[in-house]
Design a protein around this ligand. Structure first.
Ligand code: AKB
Length: 313
């Protein structure tokens, strides 16, 4: 049977790239994109959808005979801190609507992203294991941790096939990040090419786990395509790419743009970054369904600058 996929939050940083990738695999017309606003350019079928509107979500699923949903709509860490009530409501209500659609048999499979934000200041920071202390102190982290518990609950109680990854900061050249604490690692490349200098909102020495978008896409699709028995964790999987601090990413850029300079003006996002892990142990993802990243910092910088440079020249 042909899969029919609905991507919710398709205009965002992951959604933009994942839609294109899934359309290559499943065919343009088998992937319906949706978001609260119309896309700048529609590359295939799309619907307007507020993830909190359950009735409309169900109607779209029925209209297109959807079998799988990628539920990406969320308020990220920095934005949710500014609007905690909306952060909680949107992140949780959206997930419940997706989980209920699967529980009621409307769809066969649900993908929902979690984040390294589920960890908190009491979590071991280096090589943070899959199972450890989790006391997140951001609204985003609290909603992701609660979401993970609900995913596992719906799987155990109702047999819902829900799959999830704890994304680190994601870095890509095709789409802009939207309101995260790790966004600096995308902006820095744009500013390096445009102005040869960047003022960073995190301080030097702030090491965070990150991942290049092609690795994030292949992790997501591999997890969704893995046989169900290999997906042994139904809360969310740790996945690691690269870890670095702003000095290290600046040094990797300087190998291509020697005059590049970085300065520091930490803001409220510093406290969020300080509560998160520096590096992630993803042994379970590697062992259960064969996860392996392809990009390190040097390869990623080379590729980012190449593609962004080509876009600006
Ligand atoms: C954020 O910074 O909020 C996100 C994340 C790590 O989930 N990029």
């Amino acid at each position: 049977m042909t899969e029919k996929i609905l991507i919710i939050g398709a205009n965002g940083q992951i959604g933009t790239e994942l839609s294109a990738e899934l359309r290559k695999i499943f065919g343009t017309n088998n992937v319906v994109t949706s978001d609260i606003k119309a896309p700048a350019q529609a590359e295939g079928p799309y619907e307007l959808l507020d993830v909190m509107d359950k009735e409309n979500m169900y109607a779209i699923i029925k209209k297109h005979g959807i079998t799988q949903v990628y539920l990406l709509a969320a308020l990220l860490s920095a934005t949710a801190e500014k609007n905690p009530k909306l952060g909680w409501d949107l992140n949780m209500q959206g997930l419940f609507n997706g989980l209920d659609a699967a529980k009621e048999g409307l769809i066969k499979k649900l993908y929902w992203p979690s984040s390294i934000a589920v960890f908190g200041p009491t979590t071991p920071r280096v090589n943070t294991p899959q199972y450890t202390v989790m006391e997140p102190n951001t609204i985003y982290g609290i909603s992701k941790q609660a979401g993970e518990r609900f995913c596992e609950y719906y799987h155990q109680k109702y047999g819902v096939d829900v799959r999830s990854l704890r994304y680190p900061g994601l870095i890509g050249y095709k789409s802009a990040p939207g309101g995260g604490t790790t966004d600096y690692a995308v902006h820095i490349y744009h500013e390096a090419l445009k102005n040869k200098t960047y003022e960073c909102f995190l301080k030097a020495g702030t090491v965070l786990p990150m991942m290049y978008m092609p690795d994030a896409l292949h992790a997501t699709i591999e997890l969704m395509e893995a046989p169900a028995e290999k997906v042994k964790i139904r809360s969310s999987y740790n996945v690691a790419g690269v870890s670095f601090d702003p000095e290290e990413i600046a040094a990797s850029i300087r190998k291509h743009i020697p005059e590049f300079t970085i300065s520091y003006k930490p803001d409220f996002r510093q406290a969020i970054a300080d509560s998160w892990p520096a590096s992630i142990d993803d042994t379970e993802a590697r062992n259960h369904w064969g996860w392996k990243p392809k990009y390190d910092l040097e390869n990623m910088t080379k590729d980012m600058l190449h593609h962004l440079g080509a876009q600006t020249s």
